[in-house]
Design a protein around this ligand. Structure first.
Ligand SMILES: [Zn+2]
Length: 168
């Protein structure tokens, strides 16, 4: 089984939604829409990342990728299934440990008073455990916020529980 500590990904522009799913699962998934395909491949090679791409002609026109997986499905969830199967990804240990926006591991907030100014008083009252992105400062908490974050990113998590109104 492969855990988030074991593998790094670089994604081409066509599979960014897959990258967001990988971040939700706690994996290091990088992309950069300012870089062209050959630059992404070189970056992946340099950083020891698996290059995930939908470009089927990869080998003819670009520098050889040391590690690449070509994805045939168009649907991001199908792509995710293919990647999970290929690498036997651990889907549990890293779940919701990364900032989806920044690709950075979240830090625990030791004292919830520290996030008082960042969250609604109701949320502060309802939850004791908060995490924070050291880069963008976004505060996360379990339950509805994680689900809403995924929804905002256009992600529907396989097997996610329905949100009850009381949890919103
Ligand atoms: Zn962030």
């Amino acid at each position: 089984m492969t855990t988030p500590k074991d593998i790094l990904f670089e994604l081409d522009h066509m599979v960014i939604k897959l990258g967001k799913y990988l971040r939700v699962l706690g994996y290091d998934a990088a992309w950069n829409i300012r870089l062209r395909t050959h630059e992404l491949i070189l970056k992946a090679n340099r950083e020891g990342r698996w290059f995930l791409t939908r470009n089927l002609q990869l080998s003819d026109r670009y520098p050889p990728a040391h590690r690449a997986m070509i994805l045939r499905p168009e649907d991001p969830l199908e792509q995710l299934r293919a990647v999970c199967a290929r690498f036997e990804l651990d889907l549990q240990s890293g779940l919701f440990t990364k900032c989806i926006r920044c690709n950075i591991v979240l830090e625990d907030v030791p004292d919830k008073e520290q996030v008082r100014s960042r969250v609604h008083p109701h949320v502060l009252e309802q939850h004791d455990r908060f995490t924070r992105c050291p880069h963008c400062g976004t505060v996360f908490w379990p339950g509805s916020h994680v689900r809403n974050t995924c929804r905002k990113q256009g992600l529907s998590l396989p097997g996610e529980r329905r949100t009850s109104n009381a949890d919103r």
